[in-house]
Design a protein around this ligand. Structure first.
Ligand SMILES: NC(=O)c1ccc[n+]([C@@H]2O[C@H](COP(=O)([O-])OP(=O)(O)OC[C@H]3O[C@@H](n4cnc5c(N)ncnc54)[C@H](O)[C@@H]3O)[C@@H](O)[C@H]2O)c1
Length: 273
C-alpha cells in the first residue's frame, strides 16, 4: 500500500543512528508520503548522523529538544507547527535513557537522582509532550501519538532495572492522557510494546544478547525487527487505525502470549523428547 500518510504532518523523536527504531520509522513515513520534523536531545545531535536521515527524508528540518525541559518542548511544538504549516497529525515518542543502567547500578542499589532522571526522560516526557500540545492545540482531530515501550512494564526482566517502572508509568500516561485528548479533540494515544531490538539503548541493557535469543526462541514468529515496528507505527499513524486509542499494543511476534516453546528448551541445552 502506498501513500498511507499522504498530506500528514508529524514529529519524530529519537533517531540517533540507523539502528534506532525511530530512524526506520522516519524512512517508512517518508516512503508513505508524510512530511515531518526530526528531533533529538542536543547532545545526540553532536554525532551528526541525524543530518544524513534528514537528507534521505526530503531535507526534513531538525529541531533539538531535551525532552526533560519545558522550554525545549514548547519551542519544538511551536516551530514544528510553523515549519509544517499547520497542526500535527502524528508523533512518535521514541525516547529512553537510564543512568542507573549506564553506571552499572542494580535495581536493589538505585541512585535516586539517576532514577528521577530516568522517569523524567523516559516517561514524564510523554506527559510533557502531550500537555504542551494540548495547551497549544497543536494536534489535529484524529491525530495519533505513539510511544515505544517494553514488556518489562508487565513482567520482571531483572536487568531492565528502573526502566521497567518508567515503562509502566509511560503506558499509564498514554491511557490517562488518551482519555482527555480523545474527549476534547479525538486525538489517539497508544504505546507499542516492541521485541528486544539491537539498538544503542537496547544493547545497553546487561545480558541483552541472551534475552534477545530467548525472546526469539519463545516467539512463534521470532523477534520483531525495527523495520517491522516502523510498519506498525505507520499503520497507527494512518486513518486505518482511527478507532484505536489508550492501548498497549504488543508488537513482539507472539512473545507476550507464549508460555513454552521447544526452541527455548533446546536453547537451554536440553534435548526435546
Ligand atoms: N531496543 C529495544 O530492545 C527496545 C524494545 C522495546 C522498546 N524500546 C524503546 O524504543 C525507544 C527507542 O529506543 P531505541 O531502541 O531505538 O534506541 P536508541 O538509543 O536508538 O533511541 C533512544 C533515543 O532516546 C534519545 N534520548 C535520550 N535522552 C533524551 C533526552 N533527554 N531528550 C531527547 N531524546 C533523548 C536518544 O538520543 C536516542 O535517540 C525507547 O523508548 C526504548 O525504550 C526499545
Amino acid at each position: 500500500m502506498n501513500n498511507l500518510l499522504k498530506g500528514k504532518k508529524g514529529i519524530i523523536f529519537g533517531a540517533l543512528n540507523d539502528k534506532s527504531i525511530a530512524w526506520q520509522v522516519a524512512l517508512k513515513c517518508h516512503e508513505q508520503g508524510a512530511q515531518f520534523v526530526l528531533t533529538n536531545a542536543p547532545i545526540a545531535m553532536r554525532m551528526g548522523e541525524i543530518n544524513n536521515l534528514a537528507a534521505m527524508c526530503n531535507n526534513a528540518q531538525i529541531i533539538p529538544c531535551d525532552v526533560s525541559k519545558n522550554e525545549d518542548m514548547e519551542n519544538l511544538i511551536s516551530k514544528s507547527v510553523e515549519i509544517l504549516g499547520g497542526k500535527i497529525d502524528f508523533i512518535l515518542h521514541s525516547v529512553g535513557m537510564s543512568l542507573n543502567i549506564r553506571k552499572g547500578r542494580t535495581y536493589t542499589d538505585l541512585d535516586y537522582k539517576f532514577s528521577h532522571e530516568t522517569y523524567d526522560i523516559s516517561a514524564m516526557s510523554l506527559h510533557r509532550l502531550l500537555q504542551t500540545c494540548y495547551k497549544m492545540e497543536a494536534i489535529s482531530e484524529w491525530g495519533s501519538v505513539v510511544a515505544l515501550t517494553y514488556i518489562a512494564a508487565q513482567r520482571v526482566f531483572p536487568d531492565y532495572n528502573e526502566m521497567a517502572d518508567a515503562k509502566a508509568l509511560l503506558e499509564s500516561i498514554a491511557r490517562s492522557f488518551g482519555y482527555h485528548y480523545g474527549k476534547r479533540d479525538k486525538v489517539r494515544i497508544n504505546t507499542i510494546s516492541q521485541s528486544p531490538t539491537p539498538t544503542t539503548a537496547g544493547s545497553g541493557v546487561k545480558g541483552f544478547g541472551d534475552f534477545f535469543d530467548y525472546a526469539s526462541a519463545l516467539s512463534p514468529l521470532g523477534n520483531a525487527s525495527a523495520e517491522a515496528c516502523a510498519d506498525y507505527c505507520v499503520l497507527m499513524f494512518s486513518d486505518l487505525s482511527r478507532m484505536v486509542t489508550m492501548q498497549n499494543l504488543f508488537h513482539d511476534g507472539g512473545f507476550s502470549n507464549t508460555g513454552f516453546s521447544y526452541d527455548v528448551f533446546n536453547l537451554l541445552g536440553n534435548k526435546a523428547e
